[in-house]
Ligand binder design. Sequence first.
Ligand SMILES: O=P(O)(O)OC[C@H]1O[C@H](O)[C@H](O)[C@@H](O)[C@@H]1O
Length: 550
Amino acid sequence: MNATSRTRLNQTPEWAALGKHREQLGSSHLRQLFADDPERGTGYTLRVGDLHLDYSKHLVTDETLTLLRELAAATDVFGLRDAMFRGDKINTTEDRAVLHTALRAPREAVIEVDGENVVPAVHAVLDKMAAFSDRVRSGEWTGHTGKPIKNIVNIGIGGSDLGPAMAYEVLRSFTDRSLTFRFVSNVDGADLHEAVRDLDPAETLFIIASKTFTTIETITNATSARDWLLTGLRAGQEAVAKHFVALSTNAGKVADFGIDTDNMFEFWDWVGGRYSYDSAIGLSLMIAIGPDRFREMLDGFHLVDEHFRTAPAEENAPLLLGLLGVWYGAFFDAQSHAVLPYSHYLSKFTAYLQQLDMESNGKSVDRDGNPVDWQTGPVVWGTPGTNGQHAYYQLIHQGTKVIPADFIGFAQPVEDLLPGLVAQHDLLMANFFAQTQALAFGKTPDEVRAEGVPEELVAHKTFRGNHPTTTILADRLTPSVLGQLIALYEHKVFVQGAVWNIDSFDQWGVELGKVLAKKIEPVLTEGQGGEQLDSSTAALVSTYRELRGR
Ligand SMILES: O=P(O)(O)OC[C@H]1O[C@H](O)[C@H](O)[C@@H](O)[C@@H]1O
């Protein structure tokens, strides 16, 4: 379906039918929906690979799900999906294919962009990464002074940082614990300072990760890292080759920086930054977990790609999760979406999803540039659930907002957990199950009274319930399961962008601030050009200069 020929989303009969259905649903309570259907808890579940997905605690009925699927059909979600997998240039504002799925395609697959099969190049880079990772892991790759590498510092930002940094944390129990990994992203010098202050430059490898190799934060940090290294080694430019490698699509800029392009690991413009950590951008992760584990992770991604590509609508997990988000945004005025993992290792998971989701779907014009008058991407937020319970869960339970939430947990603790700590896992998971139960069913005033609570406190101790949650449960956190989870979210985001008719693969909204920062920097340093600033910014800049003694 051509975007231009498309009926505006909120003028489709399917949208109207959902609106009417929402009115009929009124304030129906999950308590009632569960009472009406004793099979609901087992019926509203899906299995994708190793992921057990329970969506029974959502404010939906069979009819809601049917109507949502009809909306997906009317907006041709599967048509756009097929175009993405085929390599069509569905990122129209940048005229690019969107082929992160090719990064985890098997060697024998054929996926063409502009008539060329990209799969052999993907595997050639993976092989080059594997060979390099093995050399670093075995100690064969030595630094300028002949010492083996012990520390790996990834310098990148956005998609060139969040993915590897998140995945390194998630898979920590699979990492080579004799190596130290650090991730530097912020242009605040404190980030690099804290990352390198206790490291020996002779044993340190910098991985400069930047799709464009023009991102000011990354190039600034990379330049400072090079100075730190060369000063520490008392060496000249010749030492760079053994201590710097680049991950990029831009060989010219890599060479300009002084990195040998033999030490560059390539990827392509059809990989979006926030969809890139399974490309060369994952090199630090591959060094940490080893090439075999990295491949297991790619297989996990691929498993869910295949599920999304082939599963019928009724069983298609990314479709379902995407549509549930559309439902709450449009018809419950939900503004945000919480992701609450019950695993310490997933501490950076939600931060990663923030870029994936909010940079993809934080748009307010459709594919043709017309303003949308329906909600698009939610604010994604959350931290590991047990900590959240003692902080912001109060608002989810008793506040005034509708906050759909994903709960992610694992049946087994990680394998290398100290034996004395294994018993804590049941307590962790008891909380995991208790919270979705409390959120769904709450506690009625009568239940509170029955506990002998004085009348004046009953309202305060009542839990309205009816808060929608998805539970995702897997046996254990493995590289494959991580790949499955990320692909699930990638495709969920895709589904929502398709329904909302927005380009989920551009990010024009990040540009303005970059341009203005470039103009403001000389005002801060030289004091010139301040008169062109608005009065608020001019006054702030002048106060800053005063405080800096300028
Ligand atoms: O990888 P790079 O080219 O350095 O880009 C790093 C990041 O910065 C940009 O501003 C984009 O908003 C992100 O999508 C991107 O991941």
